[in-house]
Write a protein that binds this ligand. Structure first.
Ligand SMILES: C[S@@+](CC[C@H](N)C(=O)[O-])C[C@H]1O[C@@H](n2cnc3c(N)ncnc32)[C@H](O)[C@@H]1O
Length: 287
């Protein structure tokens, strides 16, 4: 038995060679970086899944993931188990203030007769970020009586997270950070104390599977705004740089990239210009 955070784990420990095999596989396919300190996390997560499907050792499970028959499907389940989906509505208010007070006025100033705003929530988890962005933008459009088509695309590697996102139904605890005026305007309370996103908002938001380290396969038009918050922290420095390069390519000139406030970029991309706004980390793509 292994000791895990002070408790006894009934899962097997992996040796160094196995650990290297598993972390290389994960890095190659998802970009996820697991340092040696996260070994017990990996052992426990794999162990739990192996128990569910009746596999007893790491090597057999490794082979199972590579099998023609069920390997692909099992991989999707495992990725969901290993990724962190923590998220919430209105998670980072300074970034939303930035969106409302800087980005949107600037976009409309640069194109007075703007007819469309396209936003990407990269690493959207169960949808809260994408819906939050659509609520904030919609509120802005209504306030300034702008006739403008809004399209928000949420993307994530986890299929179960996307299934939840597409439903657009959240329990009371999940909506606890939604300001009252938004809750009243954009949700319908159901009998079972769950909250359904209203249809008018839902049809502005779509959810698509994607792997952020393999964006070449995503057929998206360039975006006006990309939010990519609390995602880069799971990648090593080289991967982060590659991801930023790809995100910049998917941004329109004059568009905005908003990262998590603590996700500093060591060498900002040459096409990006940092914009100062309190407690946020955002960039403008030079024209
Ligand atoms: C902590 S959540 C952040 C959710 C949201 N952006 C927020 O800030 O609240 C990180 C998300 O990144 C996703 N993710 C991790 N690796 C990914 C990859 N290679 N491609 C796409 N999404 C990935 C995870 O599935 C997870 O839903």
């Amino acid at each position: 038995m292994a000791v895990l955070n002070g408790t006894l784990s009934c899962f097997k420990q992996m040796d160094d060679i196995q650990f290297n095999h598993w972390t290389s596989l994960l890095e190659k396919r998802t970009g996820m970086y697991l340092p040696i300190e996260r070994r017990s996390f990996l052992e426990t997560s794999l162990g739990l899944r192996m128990k569910e499907i009746g596999i007893e050792d790491f090597s057999t499970y490794y082979q199972h993931l590579h099998s023609e028959k069920n390997g692909k499907r099992e991989w999707l389940t495992l990725v969901d188990r290993l990724t962190v989906h923590e998220t919430r509505f209105f998670r980072h208010q300074p970034s939303l203030d930035f969106l409302e007070k800087e980005i949107l006025p600037r976009l409309f100033k640069s194109e007075l007769n703007r007819k469309k705003i396209q936003i990407w929530s990269a690493g959207c988890s169960t949808g809260e970020e994408a819906y939050t962005l659509s609520m904030v933008v919609n509120q802005f459009l209504q306030k300034f009586q702008r006739q403008c088509y809004l399209a928000v695309t949420g993307m994530d590697i986890s299929i179960p997270a996307l299934v939840t996102a597409r439903k657009g139904v959240y329990d009371q605890y999940k909506v606890r950070h939604v300001p009252e005026k938004y809750l009243e305007h954009y949700f319908i309370k159901q009998d079972n104390n769950r909250y359904q996103i209203i249809e008018q908002l839902k049809k502005r938001v779509c959810f698509v599977p994607f792997n952020i380290i393999d964006m070449k396969k995503t057929l998206l038009e360039p975006m006006d705004i990309i939010f990519c918050q609390n995602v880069l922290i799971y990648f090593n420095r080289e991967r982060r740089k590659q991801i930023i390069n790809q995100l910049v390519q998917r941004l329109k000139p004059g568009g905005f990239l908003v990262l998590g406030a603590g996700e500093s970029l060591n060498n900002p991309h040459p096409e990006l210009e940092k914009i100062k706004f309190p407690n946020s980390l955002a960039f403008f793509k030079k024209n």
